[in-house]
Design a protein around this ligand. Sequence first.
Ligand SMILES: O=C(O)c1cccc(O)c1
Ligand SMILES: CC(=O)C(=O)O
Length: 337
Amino acid sequence: MTAVDTEVRSSAPQCVFAPLSGEEDAAPAAGRQVLGRVDYGFRSVPPGLRGGVPAMGVHMASEGADPFTELWLTDRPVRPGEDRGLVYAEDGEHLFCAVRVAERGVYREAVRRAYAAAFALLVRRGYPRLLRMWNLVGAITGGNAEGMENYRDFCIGRARAFDEWREHIGRVPAATGIGARGPGIGMYFLARRAGAPLRHLENPYQTPAYRYPRRYGPKAPSFARATWSDGTLYVSGTASIVGDGTVHRGDIERQCDVTFANIGALIGEENLARHGVAGGFRLGDLDHVKVYVRDAAHLPAVRARCAELLHDRAEVRFLNVDVCRPDLLVEIEGICR
Ligand SMILES: O=C(O)c1cccc(O)c1
Ligand SMILES: CC(=O)C(=O)O
């Protein structure tokens, strides 16, 4: 069954996975405007307007994993802009923006500033309903200059920005926080106009990430398990976590199974009803799936499992990168509509 959309006509931007584009290639699609572009390629390229399109390159691909370009398309006219290191484009309903924090010894203050700058932009342009964020973090489980894990350091800065902007931005949305192969942190966001209704979902099998106990870091990760907006369900990066604990350490097959069970419960009819959303989805409805695999040797097994469970026409890309806990072997995100 497909979720029932109570809004008459969806204006949600369309996600497209295209071949990895050249730096100046804006890859316009027939009759559609590009709201944003992220190259999941072999090197990092700072955010900038390229051919009038906000674009950023993040070093995520490798031999044996899948380079690609993620495009966010709209059929409305787009206005791009640049603002203090942020690049963005808006179409009257949605805003895409990208920002990068360069490698440094301690990340939290630069992350807080980057998030605060993005929030200020969203509010100023009239798109305060943050609905999805991606955080591609170099050396995510490595130590910073204080010996704190970079991911935990990142989480402190992000949490501070949400605390400061709570009145304007509201609740935390769906997210991905995952390793990148190059240094620094690439971040990009989708937001919707003021007044647009969003629903942020939690998972019946998992403790909300923003309530994780202190043993996972001084500030709990600021994200929801999924966000429903405009007939679209954005599913956060999901892993083999039950409650707040990693399950099946060292067992890739069973970590895949728990990850898919978590996603199935999250997107199913019962959980959507719990959050006031009519309808429901199955794993076969997932599209624009990104599968993050820590160990390259596990790629064939994970590809095989995904081929069994996902629709054969779903767009799926596999990346060999670190996951935010050293004991997590796989993480999966996607979109249902
Ligand atoms: O911190 C995050 O934004 C995050 C979101 C999803 C999965 C994950 O490992 C991390
Ligand atoms: C994947 C992960 O880190 C989480 O769900 O918290």
